[in-house]
Design a protein around this ligand. Structure first.
Ligand SMILES: Nc1ncnc2c1ncn2[C@@H]1O[C@H](COP(=O)(O)OP(=O)(O)OP(=O)(O)O)[C@@H](O)[C@H]1O
Length: 227
């Protein structure tokens, strides 16, 4: 049988990052395939959030490279990087980070607006994703009128609506009770399966790591297993 080479969605090659003289990421390498979910674990201060920020193009690397869908981010200028991030990446945070003056539907629509998607297509996709996260009835609610679990469902719809290759999630259940946390994890698992979106999930939670196919454990900025 012929082997087909499948290019990873995300390739991290010998990434080094310093804060001052401190080497916070020390030659980190791993890759993630389409639809693969990877838990990024490790003790506090081991570099997980720094790595996530590098993956999202928020922090620049000192050495090494990150390739997203075949494109190296090392030599992109700020505008190109912002565009790549908008097109290819979705993010989910512990504290939801919804825009407080926009409704649930408008929050979900925002990534499509930034990408210049036509109004009709935007409306259809927003409806589809609000349906997928079970929030059609709350489309016109402001974030302050939604529970934490509902806000995180809006954030998940917003992270996926523009069909990114990669979702970056930082403790997405960290601010939810266990029942809501479990619902959010199920939703993340089902939706990333359905859409074949890769997920890198930073977490201290066993339950969250358990929805992932694989774990990458960091200690002192180095991958100690799973890379
Ligand atoms: N902007 C910054 N300036 C200086 N040092 C920083 C900065 N951000 C992070 N650090 C340091 O880099 C190291 C790694 O931090 P990072 O937040 O990536 O760890 P983490 O594994 O995500 O920790 P936690 O689980 O507590 O969130 C820590 O020692 C931290 O103090």
């Amino acid at each position: 049988m012929a082997l087909v080479a499948i290019e990873p969605v995300l390739q991290v090659a010998s990434v080094v990052k310093h804060y001052g003289t401190r080497r916070v990421l020390d030659a980190v390498s791993f890759s993630v395939a389409a639809g693969e979910r990877v838990a990024l674990t490790g003790p506090s201060g081991s570099g997980k959030t720094t790595l996530l920020n590098c993956l999202g193009g928020v922090d620049r690397l000192d050495e090494g490279d990150i390739t997203l869908h075949g494109r190296s981010i090392a030599n992109l200028d700020g505008n190109e990087l912002a565009r790549l991030r908008r097109e290819r990446v979705g993010t989910v945070f512990q504290f939801f980070h919804l825009l407080p003056t926009l409704t649930a539907a408008e929050n979900v629509e925002l990534p499509l607006q930034l990408l210049g998607v036509a109004a009709e297509e935007r409306a259809a996709r927003v409806k589809d994703f609000l349906q997928r996260v079970g929030l059609v009835a709350r489309a016109e609610a402001l974030p302050s009128q939604l529970s934490g679990g509902e806000q995180q469902r809006v954030a998940i719809a917003r992270a996926l609506v523009h069909r990114p290759d990669l979702i970056l999630a930082d403790e997405p259940t960290g601010n939810l009770d266990s029942a809501n946390g479990a619902n959010i994890l199920t939703l993340l698992r089902e939706l990333t399966d359905e859409t074949k979106t890769a997920l890198v999930l930073v977490t201290h939670s066993e339950e969250a790591a358990a929805i992932c196919h694989r774990r990458i454990h960091l200690r002192d900025g180095r991958v100690v297993n799973g890379g």
